[in-house]
Design a protein around this ligand. Structure first.
Ligand SMILES: Nc1nc2c(ncn2[C@@H]2O[C@H](COP(=O)(O)OP(=O)(O)O)[C@@H](O)[C@H]2O)c(=O)[nH]1
Ligand SMILES: [Mg+2]
Length: 209
């Protein structure tokens, strides 16, 4: 699905993608907590910690980055069934991602935070997409939760892009969300290298927090 099709499915979002105020604090004294889901979001938070103003950081991924103060790590490893194995390497199966029962440690972190909880994830691969979607569902009706997510480039393949778009649509119906579509980078900058495209993606993601 391209961006225009996505726009057709969520017309109000396409018209004002950054207008929902998801990351702005209601009052200056309201505490803000950041939860990063998946490898890219977790690493980005660690690398940009000095730019980010939050009262706590929680990183959820399969490997622990170098932890700093006020930062908690929750290990989450996708199940083997999500992958097929070829020549000792693992590849994501192209099967629709499931909704899962959240790890209790993660539910408890979200439940226990006072103030606002912002979830950040680069959607597309298993961890960020499955956990974002499952958190949105499990905490439907909870008003202290909002999301900042990115949608993968088309060159990553239609499977990851569609799974990301489907998750974004579901989250949109339940919580405030800011999303950034990496395809906008390609529209704006033309044919740039994959590396600089992702660097621009990093900048956009940090800008949204
Ligand atoms: N901003 C940014 N996004 C990236 C980068 N590399 C990959 N991504 C995006 O992040 C998505 C999720 O990747 P990752 O966090 O590794 O997956 P997960 O750990 O399974 O959630 C990918 O589908 C890409 O769209 C990067 O260097 N910077
Ligand atoms: Mg990962």
């Amino acid at each position: 699905m391209n961006r225009r099709d996505f726009a057709k499915r969520i017309p109000f979002l396409a018209a004002m993608p950054l207008a929902l105020g998801a990351s702005k604090s209601k009052t200056p004294s309201t505490k803000r907590h950041l939860i990063a889901l998946g490898s890219v979001a977790s690493n980005l938070v660690v690398e940009n910690r000095n730019l980010l103003r939050f009262d706590s950081f929680t990183l959820v991924s399969d490997h622990s980055p170098d932890l700093q103060v006020k930062t908690e790590f929750i290990s989450y490893v996708p199940p083997d069934q999500a992958y097929f194995f070829l020549n000792m390497r693992k590849f994501l199966k192209k099967e629709p991602y499931p909704l899962i029962d959240l790890p209790e440690e993660l539910s408890e972190v979200i439940r226990s935070k006072e103030g606002e909880v912002l979830i950040i994830a680069a959607l597309g691969k298993y961890t960020g997409t499955v956990l974002s979607n499952s958190i949105a569902k499990a905490f439907a009706g909870s008003s202290h939760l909002s999301f900042v997510v990115t949608i993968p480039f088309s060159f990553e393949g239609s499977f990851v892009r569609n799974e990301a778009l489907n998750a974004a649509i579901k989250i949109t119906s339940l919580h405030p969300i800011h999303f950034f579509d990496f395809e906008d980078i390609r529209e704006k900058h033309g044919n740039i290298s994959v590396r600089s495209a992702f660097e621009k993606g990093d900048e956009e993601l940090i800008r949204l927090l």
